[in-house]
Design a protein around this ligand. Structure first.
Ligand code: NAP
Length: 285
């Protein structure tokens, strides 16, 4: 599509943003669906976020994604978070501009739950789940599991205080969810998780070890790794060798983007699958 006076502008606001794959997948879908829109990456200085939002209103950007480090502070610059669950998470990654009013959403958790369903046929309801890590991604995952009515969420993190902070926040906002911080993984088998999730960044770099030896479990579990590059981390290689169901984070990346795309354009059919295909092509092992 040619860019003209009626082209709608979307984008991603973060710092850094130069490695973001969001422009690629959103622009691909705009072109395929013949939507007159473009998606740009905006690297914003940490103390200029308010200015970026003023610009969004003044220039009439139709929507943006928000990424590190602004997912929490962006809430201060919008008009409303329509969904109760997004308010409880306390972080947003998608803004929709409807007639000058800015609405905030968090599609990370929904994207994660879609990926679990589509790729592992896993429904967290009533399940015991082990989450490795306690950073920003782990937070989105733990909140998604809590809202999907997991029976018990166990968190193990190298820095235990960070896991404790996450656990306290979940206990406050989702009092119905059982949540536990593990000091180590020695007795993990007795806790009988049915899903283990790597939400640490361990596995991204060549030479990284696995965040957990899956042989500690004496039963088959589903295994999800949020990392998508490389596409098979040491953690996933072990799951594969054990013949357990496993998936990498590419499906979550595609699904959260597809939910944003639907919020902006109303288009849903085939979007997630098309984004997943585009991503697979540009991620090498
Ligand atoms: P983050 O906030 O920096 O958190 C990093 C986490 O990894 C912390 O729990 C940290 O533990 C742990 N960690 C780092 N190095 C470690 C090591 N050597 N040994 C043990 N633990 C270690 O990062 P994030 O935003 O949560 O991202 C985590 C991963 O998720 C990244 O690989 C990111 O690419 C991926 N991710 C994927 C998606 C997706 O859509 N698929 C979305 C978001 C993030 P400490 O607390 O002890 O430092």
């Amino acid at each position: 599509m040619a860019i003209n006076a009626e082209t709608h502008l979307y984008g991603i606001i973060g710092n850094p943003v130069n490695h973001s794959l969001s422009p690629l997948i959103h622009n691909t879908l705009f072109q395929r669906l013949k939507i007159n829109a473009v998606y740009m990456a905006f690297e914003v200085e940490k103390n200029s976020l308010g200015l970026a939002f003023e610009a969004m209103r003044a220039l009439g950007l139709r929507g943006v994604n928000i990424t590190i480090p602004f997912k929490e502070t962006a809430i201060n610059f919008i008009d409303e978070i329509p969904e109760n669950v997004d308010r409880r998470v306390g972080a947003i990654n998608t803004i929709v501009n409807r007639d000058g009013q800015l609405y905030g959403y968090n599609t990370d958790g929904t994207g994660f739950l879609i990926a679990l369903k589509e790729e592992l046929s896993f429904n967290p309801q009533g399940k015991k789940i082990l989450v490795l890590g306690a950073g920003g991604a782990a937070r989105a995952v733990v909140f998604a599991l809590a809202r999907a009515h997991a029976d018990r969420i166990m968190i193990y993190n190298r820095t235990q205080e960070r896991a404790k902070g996450l656990s306290d926040y979940v206990a406050e906002h989702f009092p119905e969810t059982g949540i536990e911080v593990l000091e180590n993984l020695e007795m993990i088998s007795t806790k009988k998780p049915t899903l283990v999730i790597n939400a640490t960044s361990l596995g991204m770099k060549t030479g990284d070890k696995s965040p957990m030896d899956l042989h500690r479990l004496n039963h088959s579990v589903s295994v999800y790794d949020l990392i998508y590059s490389p596409n098979e981390t040491p953690f996933l290689k072990q799951a594969k060798a054990l013949h357990w169901p496993y998936a990498n984070g590419l499906g979550m990346l595609a699904a959260q983007a597809a939910v944003s795309f639907e919020l902006w354009t109303g288009e849903k059919t085939g979007v997630r699958e098309a984004m997943h295909e585009v991503l697979k092509k540009c991620i090498t092992s």
